[in-house]
Design a protein around this ligand. Structure first.
Ligand SMILES: [Zn+2]
Length: 203
């Protein structure tokens, strides 16, 4: 895939932010989205205090990995340091999304891992979604009493992770009302993970 230019990357960030808002994965002015052009030492991030349904490409702020603002007039998200720490430690990650999506956040509030109950979501995410706030090499993590952090090699992959975290949390919650949810076996998670992130992605 051809690399996105800065202008198209900014439009894509706004698109994704508006989708998060429309799907109610964020509320009010909460949540934030950032993305970087591959190989660069900076990222575009959503500003602090602007609701995503009003967000414009010109509102985004370019911040280098040391936290210096390089472009834009607004104040970058209050969670910028979290995004920058991920970019510094994970060169393969080019997008970070933070949401307060309600079912996943409910798991974060009771500090319970979201169990791997769906083949596709658990496969994409690589298993359960841990609730300890430490993302490590994972695609998503729950921030205790707060929300969700999801990352990806592209902004679409980060969006898919954020959406799948919420979907798996919702289904796990509903299933638990009916009975004891069965977890997807580890071998099946690994098979699906390889399929979704290699063969499928290269088609
Ligand atoms: Zn938050």
């Amino acid at each position: 895939m051809k690399a996105l230019t800065a202008a198209s990357l900014r439009r894509r960030i706004v698109d994704v932010a508006q989708r998060l808002r429309a799907q109610e994965l964020v509320v009010g002015t909460s949540g934030n989205v950032s993305a970087r052009e591959p190989g660069r030492n900076d990222c575009w991030i959503t500003p602090s205090g602007v609701a995503f349904d009003r967000l414009q490409p010109n509102d985004l702020v370019l911040v280098d990995l040391d936290g210096q603002v390089r472009d834009g007039t607004l104040t970058p998200s209050s969670d910028t340091a979290v995004h920058l720490a991920i970019y510094r430690s994970r060169p393969e990650v080019d997008a970070v999304i933070h949401t307060h999506s309600p079912y996943a956040t409910a798991f974060a509030v009771v500090q319970l891992d979201i169990p791997p109950v769906l083949v596709e979501a658990a496969g994409f995410l690589g298993g359960s979604v841990r609730s300890d706030g430490t993302i490590g090499r994972d695609r998503a993590v729950l921030l205790p009493n707060h929300g969700v952090l999801a990352v990806g090699e592209t902004i679409d992959a980060a969006l898919a992770a954020a959406v799948m975290v919420e979907h798996m949390a919702r289904v796990a919650f509903l299933a638990s009302l009916l009975g004891e949810p069965h977890h997807v076996p580890k071998t099946e998670i690994e098979r699906m993970h390889a399929f979704l992130h290699t063969e499928y992605g290269q088609r």
